[in-house]
Design a protein around this ligand. Sequence first.
Ligand code: FES
Length: 255
Amino acid sequence: MSDITISSGSTRFGDTDRRDLWWLPPLSIFLGLSTFIVYATFRVFYNADYVVDNETSAYLLSPLYSPLIIIPWLPAWISPAMLVLWAPGGFRLTCYYYRKAYYRSFALDPAACAVSERKKNYAGETRLLLIQNIHRYFLYLALVFIVILSIDFIHSVMWPEGFGMSVGSLVILGTVVLLGLYTFSCHSLRHLVGGKIDCYSCVAFGKARHSAWKGVTRLNKSHMYWAWTSLFMVAFADLYIWLVSSGTIIDFRIF
Ligand code: FES
């Protein structure tokens, strides 16, 4: 990494002495996030085929539409997903990892380390961006969503004749697990459970909080990985349920 200094005297946007593929990560993130945003926006407005609910298969609800809130008097174009997605959407938008990702990939400010910036008067997350501090409140909501999605999984294994497991149940389980890992590796949660404590032996439940902090810290190291895998698992789960609900494929029952 000895060649990652900005050219001395260069002030033009994008100038750098870097000879590696520094533009590849921001470009990949731009394409990945854009793909998800386009897909999710389409599905939110599509407002159909988001649930499988019949006598002969597992109950499967798309994570984009969970919890399912149907208000009959609302205009037809307002889908149930619009009533709930602001919470997980806000959680991701204000996430410390995604902030870095979209500042670099969408705002190009800066596009990468040691690459000349667009603006020179960077003021950090002050003024308008101060609103990012709301992340800790979205975390509380995200924890509630983990419970709700876990209940969706329980519904998916309750067949009319008793317990059963289908590919769809496994898809929902995978979504809950990955979203759980993403949520429990959150930087705000790490701060909340013990990151703000200077002396564990001086506070109530110090030992338990230290253990919790160590657990979250271990998960936190892979926060970026959980952010991406959970994002694409949500899209995959929605796509799978869409295909089953529309009759394009059959949800195979394993036992
Ligand atoms: S920092 Fe990413 S979810 Fe909290």
